[in-house]
Design a protein around this ligand. Structure first.
Ligand code: BTN
Length: 244
């Protein structure tokens, strides 16, 4: 792989995402490729994309599949990784929301804790962050659906007919830019923006072992849930579901 020199730093040692960029027609998992590159010492900001994954990884050990060429399959190396990135799992979906909204003006994305991106109550994108803090890097994996059927939107929000190639290039560029901003954003901005997009707040949720009403996130990004009797439970990891 021939590396282009990284973009100029945004300031201090903040990362600019998008260079170098390696694109695969098919690979097992862009996160796996990006991890290998991180282990090999590539600079922060390195991005890997693919048209197709044969072993895409999802959260909680699940697999992630997407029809060939119809989703942005994106992994980026964040390096250095340090205490400024404690809220990275909250910052990344904010960047994905803004990238999607830029690509399709008029839509409004929400976030389902911890980092699923929703559009009209359906999952538009998933985020898988794999980190090796002792080596000072993380891989930010994003799968973003780019080909939602037009009739899933109200008439006035229909996606413009742009080529798939154009959509993938534009989506990659938009995500790079919004990650630049959100990965380096101050905690209070991340928390405020995340809270303004919280898809679960005030709604009935359930998880393995309990159920209650979601009350938002605390300042570490943990989910607060009020359960029977008014007690409050703090969920730090795992999966919650809406109770419909
Ligand atoms: C989730 O379970 O919601 C997270 C899904 C993350 C999928 C993306 S696709 C690009 C990158 N490569 C992977 O193998 N996984 C992530």
């Amino acid at each position: 792989m021939a590396y282009r020199p990284p973009k100029a730093a945004i300031g201090g040692d903040e990362v600019a995402f998008g260079a170098p960029h390696r694109h695969f027609r098919v690979t097992d998992s862009t996160n796996a490729r990006a991890r290998e590159l991180a282990e090999a010492g590539v600079p922060g900001g390195t991005v890997v994309t693919a048209e197709e994954q044969t072993a895409g990884r999802g959260r909680q050990g699940r697999t992630w599949t997407a029809p060939t060429g119809k989703a942005l399959l994106y992994s980026a190396v964040l390096r250095p990784l340090d205490e400024r990135h404690m809220l990275l799992p909250l910052a990344v979906p904010l960047a994905v929301c803004e990238a999607a909204e830029e690509l399709r003006p008029g839509i409004e994305c929400a976030i389902k804790w911890p980092n699923d991106v929703w559009l009209d109550e359906r999952k538009l994108a998933g985020v898988l962050i794999e980190a090796k803090p002792q080596d000072g890097w993380a891989v930010i994996g994003v799968g973003l659906n780019l080909s939602i059927a037009p009739d899933e939107f109200p008439d006035d929000l229909r996606w413009p007919a742009i080529s798939l190639f154009g959509a993938l290039v534009a989506a990659t560029a938009a995500l790079n830019r919004h990650l630049d901003r959100w990965v380096a954003a101050p905690r209070n901005e991340i928390l405020a923006a995340w809270r303004s997009r919280d898809a679960l707040r005030g709604r009935d949720v359930a998880w393995d072992g309990g159920a209650g009403v979601a009350e938002g996130i605390d300042d570490s990004g943990d989910l607060l849930v009020v359960v029977g009797g008014g007690d409050r439970v703090v969920l730090g990891a795992g999966e919650v579901h809406l109770r419909l």
